[in-house]
Design a binder for this molecule. Sequence first.
Ligand code: LHQ
Length: 257
Amino acid sequence: MYETITFRIENGVAWLSLNRPDKLNAFTSQMNKEIQQAIKKSASSDEVRAIVITGEGRAFCSGQDLADVDESMNLGQILRDQYGPMMKQIASCEKPIIAAVNGVAAGAGFSLALACDFRLVSEKASFLNAFVNIGLIPDSGNLYYLSRIVGHAKALELSVFGEKVPADMAEKMGLATKVIGVEDWNEQVTAFAENIANRPTKAIGLIKRYLEASYHLSLEEYLEVEAEGQRIAGLTKDHIEGVTAFVEKRKAQFIGN
Ligand code: LHQ
């Protein structure tokens, strides 16, 4: 069904893998479309409680396929039509999304990793804000997320110099949730994703929503929407289960609702 990605659901986790390894998983409009279809399916499926985005072969994603770009194109329109909707979809998805950065993440591939909620980073991976090297500005939400994650000064530095950031440096900057050795990669990524999938994922979705909202609201407005969020969380079975398990001194069994 998919031509440029692979997609499967296993143990509550949707696994979405970019699948153009010869081009280091560079984005085409087809790939962009398929990623959005897979995220939409994951967001609406009761079977899915966490989503992993990763890449086949030695790269995570090398950004826009440069062989697909020519001078006549309006890059702004490509962003409005293809990349913007994908980034908004990731931000508004009320399920945790993990980027399993198996190799280099460059250009919009870096932006994709930044837009995810967690970044598991292979020790052989790197991040590259490649845009400036071809005379462009970081796009697909890159500056928005990068400055929030690493701070203004580092975001500017990475964007202006366009140099590779290896995994150990990425971890120091706060870009990596965790750096993982090559030999443990599959095992640890699976364990991390399944651990998240077994948490109260409805509450995690609300945490995503309200953390993002906090940047755009006054404290007074924020406290009001937060109260609504807690009202919703308070109605979940997971809330009752969490409190009951605490009182009964046992491990809670969450269902994501
Ligand atoms: C590629 C690519 C690639 C095609 C490697 N495309 N083939 C832009 C415009 C439009 C609107 C929307 O917004 C954007 C956003 C962007 O993403 S702009 C930034 C685009 N990305 C880049 O500028 C990164 C370009 N790639 C690189 O700098 C290097 O390939 C990296 C550092 C990622 C990896 O370097 P190496 O490990 O040395 O691999 P390589 O360069 O030898 O690449 C292997 C193959 O993959 C090679 O093909 P070939 O047929 O010669 O084996 C590359 O041509 C191909 N490839 N990136 N983005």
